[in-house]
Design a binder for this molecule. Structure first.
Ligand code: AMP
Length: 453
């Protein structure tokens, strides 16, 4: 996979959506959503996709990546005269977007529908955890763009209810997540069912050898794009660490919510068990909270998310996997109740706030046993996070290491710890190493947890 010229020449701050060659219908839809100009990933990816190239794009949630592949797809699909009819008669699925989670599939499909509201294209979301029969019925009608999770898509394949033989465009969204979640065999099986000649777009948040291997087999001379990582440029997110005893975390959260009148707080715990326990504790404190995680039914998750989005739920407690793909506009507060074991998850978590220019706050509760996790995160984001010790909440050197080992009992067994270090894309390594040189002066030599006591 030889690297080719990137689309950086498209980057002009004054560029508008109309400069990118999108139709009036699409521009009208994004304008109604309040988008005034394309984000950097959109400026680069849209022309590349319109030109028919394969794409390998490094962009995290919150950068506008969904529109960066959806808008040109819509443009290409709708400019083909044969699809202008409004009829519901059978016509083949032409674009397949694969996502790692149900939430992301639902979210992406919603975005596709919103961006394509003035076009005559039909979309469908397909994921597990809900009855398969309504999906079968929808597949009998016309579907131009299918957004699916791999498992349920293969269920349909097995039952002969989906036809992938006419796919012209394939998008793998959050491909690194799909690989982390063990979907590689499913992905390979799906790829084997698609026509050889098609355009492939692969989006990832963190580059790794696994992504490289997938891209090498999948992409044909791709345009390679990497937008600035949110963790380095996220100047819209204020990050802060509270050093706190493990068993005082809940009270600290209650205090912060009450004292600051936080009304919409997304709280991350490492485990499903931890999420449920925190919801119980907050409820006892008369703070309205619900949890979303893998043990909750799809309808419970949808219900909790809907309440949270319309401001009738103050606190949503989520595990990392369940929160993937959540899109809540202008989410003001993210709390890392536990630090994640995988440092990249920290970046995903805080990417839920401060989106598209809105300001947000991300606070992390760090007990003595989590200092090494904090050190890993700071190493990844190349930034030292400001911290505070709140009087009465411990977090000092006398604190006993505790509890965290209990939590580990509840870790999902299948989670295999991915590589800790984000690897840069091949052709951006020079830029990345330059950045490291510039920022290295900020860091102290001793980054161990012990140095923060
Ligand atoms: P994504 O990275 O696709 O999850 O998008 C993050 C958020 O940014 C979503 O709420 C989008 O609606 C929003 N967004 C996407 N593109 C733009 C844009 N050009 N201007 C403003 N907001 C945008």
């Amino acid at each position: 996979m030889p690297p080719v010229a990137t689309g950086r020449c498209y980057l002009r701050s004054s560029m508008s959506f109309s400069h990118l060659g999108l139709s009036n219908e699409i521009i009208r839809a994004v304008t109604e959503l309040g988008y005034t100009k394309p984000t950097p990933i959109q400026m680069q990816a849209i022309p590349a996709v319109l030109s028919g190239r394969d794409l390998l794009a490094g962009a995290q949630t919150g950068t506008g990546k969904t529109a960066s592949f959806t808008l040109p797809l819509l443009q290409k699909l709708s400019s083909d005269k044969s699809v202008k009819s409004t009829s519901n008669e059978y016509s083949p699925i032409r674009a397949l977007i694969l996502t790692p989670t149900r939430e992301l599939a639902a979210q992406v499909e919603l975005s596709v529908r919103e961006y394509g509201k003035y076009l005559k294209l039909n979309t469908m979301a397909m994921f597990g955890g809900v009855s398969i029969n309504p999906q079968k019925r929808l597949l009998k009608g016309r579907v131009d763009i299918l957004v699916a999770t791999p498992g349920r898509l293969l269920d349909h394949v097995q039952q002969g209810t989906v036809n992938l033989s006419q796919i012209e465009f394939l998008v793998l969204d959050e491909a690194d997540r799909m690989l982390d979640m063990g979907f590689i065999r499913d992905i390979r099986r799906i790829l084997s069912l698609l026509p050889k000649h098609r355009q492939n777009l692969l989006f990832f948040a963190t580059f790794s050898d696994k992504i490289k291997a997938l891209a090498t087999g999948l992409l044909d001379r791709p345009e390679i794009i990497e937008v600035a990582r949110r963790n380095i440029t996220a100047d819209t997110v204020t990050q802060k660490v509270y050093k706190v005893d493990h068993d005082r975390k809940c009270q600290l959260l209650v205090n912060l919510i009450r004292q600051n009148n936080w009304y919409q707080v997304l709280v991350f715990t490492r485990t499903k068990y931890g999420a449920d326990r925190l919801v119980r504790q907050l409820t006892q404190e008369r703070i309205q909270a619900l949890a979303i995680h893998g043990n909750k039914s799809q309808s419970a998750r949808t219900h909790a998310l809907a309440k949270f989005k319309n401001d009738s739920l103050q606190v949503l407690v989520a595990t990392d996997i369940a929160a993937r793909g959540l899109d809540i506009s202008e989410l003001p507060h993210v709390v890392n109740y536990d630090l994640p074991y995988v440092p990249e998850d920290y970046v995903h978590r805080i990417g839920r706030t401060g989106r598209a220019g809105a300001s947000g706050k991300a606070v992390s509760f760090v007990c003595v046993d989590e200092y090494h996790l904090l050190a890993d995160i700071e190493k990844l984001i190349e930034q030292q996070l400001p911290f505070e010790v709140v009087t009465g909440f411990g977090g000092n050197s006398h604190t006993q290491p505790e509890q965290i080992s209990d939590e580990r009992k509840h870790r999902p067994k299948r989670s295999k710890r991915p590589a800790r270090t984000a690897k840069p894309l091949p052709q951006t390594s020079a830029k990345q190493s330059a950045r490291r040189t510039v920022t290295s002066g900020k860091k102290s030599d001793a980054r161990s947890g012990a140095s923060r006591h």
